[in-house]
Design a protein around this ligand. Structure first.
Ligand code: DX5
Ligand code: ZN
Length: 216
């Protein structure tokens, strides 16, 4: 699978989101990662479907919506209609996970399933065939700029084995603490989709950083 780099606009300038999205596309990003937080599932609040709709015209890249919200099934339709290409929900946040994944699929949006650092990789196994992407959180969801949790490597390897076994084309995404050195480790473990917030946005040259994450 081709390696995708998805800059997280959580690390962007909240007063200039449209421009930042466009700038990331111009710098070689493959997707735009959009972190939605509700102050309940995680101790932080970010942005919702209205802003997604507002940035949609600024890029032709896929919009990768990461819902860190409780019972995300309530908002699938709104995010789909606001321009999401991928919608990822958390295993820990859904009462009826199968129904939630089905709701994403029925909107014609790519289906993502995420697990937080304390959730074992094995929980995703029964859902691999329902997914287009599985997201391993390598920090506790809520904030950018945290340190990569090493234990994520084994979880990526385990999920990579499930995906191979399924024979399905499922992306393996990793999110949190990705930089030039952790990028090498996660790709070796089987990740093909790398989210990067602070590494890309704080880089002197975002284009060089995106290239490094992709090719290192
Ligand atoms: C954290 C978010 C991440 C965050 C990553 O809850 O899901 O997408 O933006 O930021 P960095 O790359 O700085 O760890
Ligand atoms: Zn994220």
């Amino acid at each position: 699978m081709e390696i995708f780099i998805a800059p997280s606009i959580l690390a962007g300038d909240f007063a200039r989101m449209g421009e930042d999205v466009k700038r990331m596309q111009d710098n070689g990003a493959d997707m735009i990662h959009y972190d939605v937080m509700d102050g309940v599932f995680v101790p932080n609040i970010t942005f919702g479907p209205q802003m997604l709709k507002a940035i949609r015209p600024y890029t032709t890249l896929p919009l990768d919506v990461h819902l860190m919200i409780t019972e995300p099934i309530r908002y699938i339709k709104q995010f789909a209609q606001s321009g999401a290409d991928y919608i990822t929900v958390h295993y820990e946040a859904c009462k009826d996970l199968k129904a939630t994944l089905d709701a994403i699929k029925s909107e014609g949006v790519k289906v993502g399933l995420s697990i937080s650092p304390d959730t074992p990789a094995s929980v995703v196994k029964p859902y691999v065939n329902d997914c287009d992407m599985i997201l391993v959180m390598s920090v506790y969801p809520g904030f950018g700029g945290q340190k990569f949790i090493e234990g994520s490597i084994d979880k990526i390897k385990e999920i990579s084995a499930y995906v191979k076994e399924s024979g399905k084309n499922v992306r393996i995404e990793v999110d949190g603490g990705i930089n030039a050195s952790t990028a090498v480790l996660v790709k070796k473990a089987g990740a093909d989709t790398l989210v990067a917030g602070s590494a890309v946005f704080n880089a002197e040259n975002p284009q060089d950083m995106i290239n490094t994450l992709k090719n290192a």
